[in-house]
Write a new protein. Sequence first.
Length: 256
Amino acid sequence: MIRNKKNIKLNSAYLIVFFITLSFLSGSANKVSAEAYQFVEKWGFLVDGEFKSPRNIVVDTSGNVYVTDSRNNRIQKFDSSGAFITKWGSPGSGNGQFNSPQGITVDLLGDIYVTDSQNNRIQKFDSSGAFITKWGSLGSGDGQFDSPKEIAVDASGNVYVADSRNNRIQKFDSSGAFITIWGSYGSGDGQFIWPMGIALDSSGDIMYVADSGNDRIQKLSSIGVFITKWGTKGSGDSQFDNLNESSRCVWKCLCC
């Protein structure tokens, strides 16, 4: 019994010494860690020529390349070999600021048009990024937008916008004055579900729209008259498989 008591006392003493030593070493390690790893500087964020979710791209008549660097909320400009030239934009809703820029196009004068998607507006700049004008707000009226995506401009300077959540195309002049509108929600001819892409042919008289939620392409005149369509959902030739509006909303909530 006496031996057992002595063993218990010894074991208790060993445990006390062990925990004191462990506490001392832990405190010393934390002190060394705090002293050895002091913050000096950071790099790799918003570096020229780097991107975070680039969305669209356009090339001007001189071969300069403009990119909507969407999650960095800026536009970057490069020469045709990829050498960085300039950039503009920052997060916000002021002139020249962006909230998820998506579509981008350039007119024959070299002016740049950007769909500032989550600010629900179009912004226009000169080729060096100087702000010129803007138009649009959240809504479904003429000249209003709900998540505008792609944008195109014809030789006369008319601007066409895929107003995605409003399921329509809007047409403006080069200063942003509203001209006309066409489209509504549905799967009929000239109707859309989440139109995303838009392009004009060389004459500017024919428009092609990626009708994403309907998994098809629609061809229309520049005043919105339906001409033809093609595509169905699938993975075969001339079939498409794009996200519809509801699944894009889920994707946005989970990933953005």
